[in-house]
Design a protein around this ligand. Structure first.
Ligand SMILES: [Zn+2]
Length: 324
């Protein structure tokens, strides 16, 4: 409220009210508006400078926090990479070795996924922490690729395991006659005295002496390749087991299978006799691997204990006369 001013008029001897001039009024209004403007601009400036500072601070803190998380993530990715590498090493040095598969070349395992070219867009943005981001993404991409290669490798090994178990059942692994007490093995593989000619001769199999009619069993899964009645072997059967293995059973009395028949290990195929060049009832048993005669004694691992196996090895290596 503007002050009311008075002045003394000597002519009238009274106090009279001072009437404000137009200039005074204008000056007051101008002063008031000026001050108001000054105050509002000032206050706004103070407020906004304080507020912006606070916002920036929050963003800075957030940024720092994100960066820390990214660094932790990057370290964790590196740890995963190490774990994956150990899986790869096991795969190459254990699983693939056991199942006779070639190790996967390092170049395939570590094949790049396009390098940093892939992250061009990211680099273009000019992000301050681009090196860290590109490095992390690169590591993750590499891992994705390696994990794919690893999964494929496990598939291969799984297939090989299946084949291997098939192969194991096709590998001769038992004796062709029951041999409790190991009394039937009479002549081993190698140089032996011929029972008829009485001279040293290579004996390509093992003889098991047994009474005529004693059952003879297939020593592995396979197919009957030959059923023959003639020659030095007399009545004899050849089984083809695949994977390079064949077995022959000679001097049989009866033959109970026919050519082309599928056979399982342990299945009865005939009985002991003394047909062909033979001096007493026995089965002459041969194992062939890739066309070569091998010592059958190494293919009895399935039905013998460690001690029995020792005994068989000893018996088979004794100098003796074959029954042919
Ligand atoms: Zn023999």
């Amino acid at each position: 409220m503007a002050k009311i001013k008075y002045f003394y008029n000597p002519n009238t001897c009274t106090y009279e009210r001072v009437k404000p001039t137009l200039t005074d009024i204008s000056l007051s209004i101008f002063l008031f508006l000026g001050l108001s403007l000054f105050m509002s601009v000032g206050l706004t400036a103070i407020y906004s400078s304080y507020y912006t500072g606070e916002k920036e601070q929050v963003l800075k803190e957030e940024n720092q926090e994100l960066l820390e998380h990214f660094n932790i993530l990057n370290k964790e990715v590196a740890e995963l990479q190490t774990a994956l590498k150990s899986l790869q090493q096991r795969d190459d040095n254990i699983y693939r070795v056991i199942f006779e598969a070639e190790p996967i070349p390092t170049s395939v395992r570590t094949a790049g996924s396009g390098g940093t070219e892939k992250y061009k867009e990211l680099l273009k943005k000019g992000l301050k922490k681009e090196k860290l981001i590109v490095e992390t993404r690169n590591k993750i991409d590499q891992m994705k690729k390696s994990m794919y290669v690893q999964t494929k490798s496990y598939d291969d090994v799984a297939k090989l395991i299946k084949n291997k178990s098939e192969m194991m059942s096709c590998m001769p692994a038992i004796q062709p006659v029951a041999n409790k007490g190991l009394t039937r093995l009479t002549s081993g593989f190698g140089m032996r005295v011929h029972p008829i000619y009485k001279v040293g001769q290579f004996h390509p199999g093992i003889d098991f002496a047994a009474p005529q009619g004693t059952p003879i069993y297939a020593t592995a899964d396979g197919v009957v390749e030959k059923v023959e009645f003639e020659g030095g072997y007399g009545n004899h059967i050849t089984l083809n087991h695949g994977y390079g293995y064949k077995t022959l059973y000679g001097h049989m009395f009866e033959m109970k299978v026919s050519k082309g028949q599928k056979i399982k290990r342990g299945e009865l195929i005939g009985s002991v006799g003394s047909t062909g060049f033979s001096t007493a009832p026995h089965v002459h048993y041969e194992v062939l691997h890739n066309g070569e005669h091998v010592n059958p004694v190494f293919y009895f691992f399935k039905d013998l204990t460690a001690d029995e196996y020792e005994k068989v090895l000893e018996l088979a290596s004794k100098p003796s006369q074959s029954l042919e």
